[in-house]
Design a protein around this ligand. Sequence first.
Ligand code: 3EB
Length: 342
Amino acid sequence: MTLRFERQPPAAACPAPCATGAPPAAIVLGERCHDSDAALARAAGLPRLLAGEPPCAERWLSPVSPARLRQGCTGRVSWRSDGRWLHASARIEVQSGAQLREHTRALYADLFEVLRLQGGPEGGIRLHALKIWNYLPHITADLDGLEVYRHFNIGRQQAFLEAGLSAFEGAPAACALGHHDGPLTVHVLAGPEVPRPVENPRQVSAYHYPSAYGPRSPTFSRAALVSLAPDEETLLVSGTASIVGHETCHVGDVAAQTAETLRNLEAVLASAHRQTSARFDLRQMDLTVYLRDPGDRATVEAVLAQALGAAAPGLRNALWLHADVCRADLLVEMEAQGHARC
Ligand code: 3EB
């Protein structure tokens, strides 16, 4: 029951039944469609692709026949499952700080309820969130006296604790970025395996950030190791930025922030390599680059090309998104995802 990830032009229709009547090769469990068009991005609740980037659909594909597919809506969360892997998403509009905290808590509570109810008959299997993508409107704006991201962190941590899940060691991998117009959007990949958390020794674990960054710390691990296919390990790396210890480095210098981000990504891979025999290579991974200022693209791309090689598949297939990073002084954030034999 191998789960696959792909990036394709959205026009390349979802895997369809062959003309022979043979069953389709796979079903789409979940997808995120990225576009540089503002209206399409808003409708998807996602950050825009940088201008000129071709539209891209990121998809999780399951090999099961459509007959095995289960799907539904639980509270604010819609989900699809093949009985083993589950993809969920939710979108909510928020107006006030109190509402943002409460709606975030309720959204995550709904998500954890889905994982509980869909974990096989009588909860035979426990489903675990592996990676969570969070997109918040105006993430660094003040809302009723507190930053949007900090309200979000309060609601998120509360939901983990109320569900009896660790909000600290063992939290799923995640990212949290801001878009400019649209709802709070959450996408989740879940599965039957407990994700093995990976931390970065160069950085304070985010769940232990001091309270200077908000009354409740962010709930995520630097990466999660999971096995989505036999003899294979997948590394889901969280959003990674120019933070050493808990402090932002190279304020105002996007090239230096990019280089620091790469050092952090390499440190996360090195940590993962101490936990598995699989060997990950950033140059071969699916990279996502979030830029606060689209005008920084050439600078960031030059640093990445210097470090990874201009021809590296990871760089050539990178997804470039226009998003606010969750600290006003961070200009760039990157995510990576890849698999390797073990
Ligand atoms: C950082 O390292 C940058 O709140 O889920 C990265 C990944 C960041 C995930 C989250 C935030 C989150 O703190 C920001």
